[in-house]
Design a protein around this ligand. Structure first.
Ligand SMILES: Cc1cc2nc3c(=O)[nH]c(=O)nc-3n(C[C@H](O)[C@H](O)[C@H](O)COP(=O)(O)OP(=O)(O)OC[C@H]3O[C@@H](n4cnc5c(N)ncnc54)[C@H](O)[C@@H]3O)c2cc1C
Length: 468
């Protein structure tokens, strides 16, 4: 088997999206399955390990591997076939959500599950088995996949369908079992390129959860922003959104130019400069003010509003501000997302926010979503809710922030909750072992079969000790 050149020219400094940790690694960008196998051969010969990487949009260390050979699959980005009559699209794993909607929306098809950003690749979406704002009704990304191709570290290659148990093991395995090189996806039919969106202010935790319960059998999407500085009767306040696909056919709104996010804010301010403005506010008093201002706007002029919004604008709100993560420089940030069964969610999330306030480490952005269970091996979802929290990392707060996260982990675990590799930076091996339970034993057994030399790993996998 051929191998590739292991030279220092390949060395690159990479990080997860949060940029709170960096790793130096030998980065390869293959375009064929043969090149992937050659990288494994090089790892074998040089005694190194391999880490898989897509668009690098996982927040923590799931896509980095210090001193490893990193297989970045973003150049395997061809759409192989598209059937506008059935909505079935066959793609290489480096194709992104953006590539998908740009290719298919004009024909009346939209990805069935999308994340809060359009830049992740199919490989990354499947390795994490991502969810969207419609997880409670449409499940995860993997539930809409017809088949995938997987290249294993030992040179084997196979096609997996939903009738194969291995399909449910590889999808959700955080890139630790094999390289997904191709996927066939059933897109979702849409008449319009817009959504009908309702905005409602929630004054406290009770109102937040009541809104989700009210709309869960009706809305196509639900999500709520939670303001983490609110105390006492104001704790849990935020802005809830529900959205529906309109039935009316609207060809103009399906055109890419009707979806493109505008380059200027309020018609004059270049969005590319926005992160510099945000940086001024990226501290505790600044973010307390930003959250308060957002709450004032959401609870007055923005309240009880129904309007039509392009699918892209509703789905990828965070892509509106290019480079927004740079506001967190130099220390970066982490995202912490926990998933709690519905009977405990309100109590656990209220306590999470109370603890943040006690530590004076409030999250600058809180997002609440509704979820359902799925049958993938390393699933993160529960029949309940998740709260995603962004925390700024500095040299001074780092140790206390990790201490806070560990306290929150204990709350989540006691309530039978789960965590998400795509958003993790703080889990300890014992936390992972507790929530994964029997699935971890099964995962290790499958790993021994498909990656017998243990070539595939990541900084996350080593940190939480899910690989031997
Ligand atoms: C702004 C923002 C919003 C987000 N919103 C959401 C959301 O709403 N819901 C949600 O679920 N997630 C969300 N995410 C997380 C993101 O969708 C996931 O982390 C996703 O996995 C990123 O894909 P990627 O291509 O960037 O993969 P990377 O982050 O590069 O890699 C992710 C994992 O996939 C593995 N991997 C990569 N390629 C392959 C391959 N070809 N075969 C096998 N394994 C592979 C890697 O080893 C790694 O473990 C968000 C992230 C950001 C930055």
């Amino acid at each position: 088997m051929s191998s590739v050149d292991l030279s220092v020219d390949r060395l690159d400094r990479i990080s997860g999206f949060g940029q709170a940790e960096y790793a130096d690694a030998f980065v390869y960008r293959p375009t064929t399955v043969e090149e992937i196998h050659a990288v494994f051969e090089t790892a074998r010969k040089s005694g190194r390990k391999v880490t898989l990487r897509g668009a690098g949009r996982s927040y923590g260390d799931a896509n980095t591997g210090a001193e490893n050979l990193v297989l970045d699959i973003t150049r395997m980005n061809r759409i192989l076939s598209w059937d506008a009559a059935t909505g079935i699209v066959d793609c290489e794993a480096g194709v992104t959500i953006e590539n998908l909607w740009r290719h298919c929306l004009e024909d009346g098809w939209w990805p069935p599950v999308v994340t809060g950003t359009m830049y992740p690749t199919l490989g990354g979406l499947l390795a994490m088995n991502v969810h969207g704002k419609n997880n409670y009704c449409q499940g995860t990304f993997g539930e809409h996949i017809l088949d995938i191709d997987v290249a294993y570290s030992d040179g084997k290659f196979e096609t997996l369908k939903a009738s194969d148990s291995r399909f449910f093991e590889v999808i959700s395995s955080a890139g630790l079992l094999g390289v997904i090189t191709r996927a066939k996806l059933q897109m979702h039919h849409v008449a319009s390129g817009n959504l009908k969106v309702l905005a409602e202010a929630a004054h406290n935790w009770d109102e937040e959860f009541a809104l989700f319960e009210h709309y869960e059998n009706d809305a196509d999407y639900m999500v709520s922003w939670v303001e983490c500085f609110g105390r006492g009767a104001k704790a849990g306040r935020g802005q809830f959104h529900a959205a529906w696909y309109p039935d009316r056919v609207d060809l103009q709104s399906r055109k890419p130019e009707s979806q493109d996010l505008p380059p200027l804010l309020m018609g004059f301010f270049p969005k590319s400069m926005m992160w510099k403005v945000l940086k001024w506010f990226c501290n505790r008093p600044g973010m307390r003010f930003v959250n308060w201002a957002k709450w004032m706007a959401s609870s007055t002029i923005g309240n009880h509003k129904i309007h039509e919004q392009p699918l892209v604008a509703f789905s990828f709100l965070l892509d509106y501000v290019p480079d927004w993560r740079r506001a967190y420089e130099p220390g970066g940030f982490i995202q912490y997302q926990s998933f709690v069964p519905k009977e405990h969610a309100k109590r656990v999330f209220a306590e999470q926010v109370r603890l943040q306030q006690e530590y004076r480490l409030e999250s600058y952005l809180g997002v609440l979503k509704r979820h359902r269970r799925d049958k993938f091996l390393l699933t993160h979802a529960v029949d309940g809710y998740s709260l995603a929290l962004d925390f700024k990392v500095t040299k001074r707060n780092r140790a206390r922030l990790w201490e806070l996260a560990h306290k929150i982990n204990d709350l989540v675990l006691k309530a039978g909750g789960r965590f998400y590799f795509a958003k993790d930076s703080t889990l300890r091996p014992e936390d992972a072992a507790t929530y994964l339970g029997e699935a971890l034993t099964q995962f290790k057994e499958v790993k021994r079969q498909v990656d017998p030399e243990g070539l595939l790993t990541s900084d996350l996998a080593e940190r939480i000790e899910i690989v031997d």
